[in-house]
Design a protein around this ligand. Structure first.
Ligand code: NAP
Length: 282
């Protein structure tokens, strides 16, 4: 009998998580099953409890349930607590629910290990102050950047997020209109603007020489933000597919105690996306 895992979301049929975890399972020889479960709004808690009571071992959680998942946990990691949102759940023998947010670790691994982007002593800009932004700030600050600026369309949300991370490193929050005249080595788009093919209203002249632009969103074509980066002099642009696979590998490690190889899986998904352009997961 295989140990059962799943991703829950609404919508979820587009999710790449089943393909990623099945690839990890076949690579490591772990006997697991992994499915996508659609959960309508208002039914998340009962869906998690039913899954656990039927013997399920762990879950990934995607939009719009990451905050609800956090609220269900009995124990949560520090990075999950600061994010106020978790994407990974697992259950102990007594039925207790544990949670973690692996998004930020996934991003940092993709940036540093896969892409070779330096973070230490660099000026970083995170655009957006929603759940994804909160999930990535802790792991970014652990890399000792010179400063992390969080800029958001609604300035007050960025300021509030910066306060949550104030003791974790040099971080400040502001509105997009306060970015004029500032320059960064890495700009991360953690807004949902790309979903609608839009780019946040960023000033020109934002990028240092050799700068990176990284979009948490991904697709079969360069995102609108990646195109913005190219037009504004970025030396490197990347989408968030590597982050997606890396956050999944950290979930797999939490559940199974093994960290699978990710590069082959990223390559597999890129090939699939080219051959059948389709979906994006958040
Ligand atoms: P969210 O909580 O809904 O936050 C959305 C953010 O986007 C807010 O800061 C919002 O600003 C801003 N925004 C939306 N439209 C905008 C526009 N036209 N111009 C400027 N700002 C705009 O969303 P989220 O959960 O943080 O997700 C954000 C992105 O991260 C999504 O694209 C998702 O796909 C991606 N993501 C990727 C991964 C991965 O593994 N690759 C993992 C997690 C998330 P206001 O506060 O002013 O409304």
């Amino acid at each position: 009998m295989k140990d059962r895992y799943a991703v829950m979301g609404d919508p979820v049929s587009h999710s790449k998580s089943p393909a990623i975890h099945r690839a990890f399972a076949s690579q490591t020889g772990e006997a697991i099953s992994y499915e996508a479960i659609h959960v309508p709004a208002g039914h998340f808690q009962e869906a998690v409890e039913a899954f656990r009571n039927e013997g399920g071992r762990g879950l990934n959680v995607t939009l719009p349930f990451k905050e609800e998942a956090f609220a269900l946990t009995h124990e949560v990691t520090d990075r999950g607590r600061r994010a106020g949102a978790v994407n990974t759940l697992w259950f102990d023998a007594g039925g207790g629910i544990h949670g973690d947010n692996t998004d930020g670790l996934g991003l940092v691994r993709d940036l540093v290990a896969n892409l070779g982007c330096e973070l230490e002593d660099r000026q970083l800009l995170v655009v957006g102050a929603g759940g994804a932004s909160r999930g990535i700030l802790g792991p970014l600050l652990e890399r000792n950047p010179a400063r992390v600026v969080i800029a958001n369309r609604t300035a007050g949300r960025a300021e509030a997020v910066a306060r949550v991370f104030a003791d974790a490193g040099p971080v400040e929050g502001c509105g997009l209109d306060a970015l004029d005249g500032r320059r960064f080595h890495l700009v991360i788009n953690a807004t949902s603007a790309s979903i609608g093919g839009k780019v946040p209203a960023l000033p020109a002249g934002l990028l240092e020489e050799g700068a990176w632009c990284y979009d948490l969103m991904y697709g079969d074509q360069p995102t609108a933000f990646m195109q913005w980066g190219e037009h504004n002099g970025a030396a490197h642009v990347a989408d968030g597919l590597g982050m997606l696979v890396e956050q999944a590998s950290e979930s797999f490690r939490i559940w199974r105690g093994l960290r699978p190889d990710t590069l082959g899986v990223i390559r597999m998904l890129r090939t699939e996306a080219r051959e059948s352009p389709a979906s994006n997961e958040v």
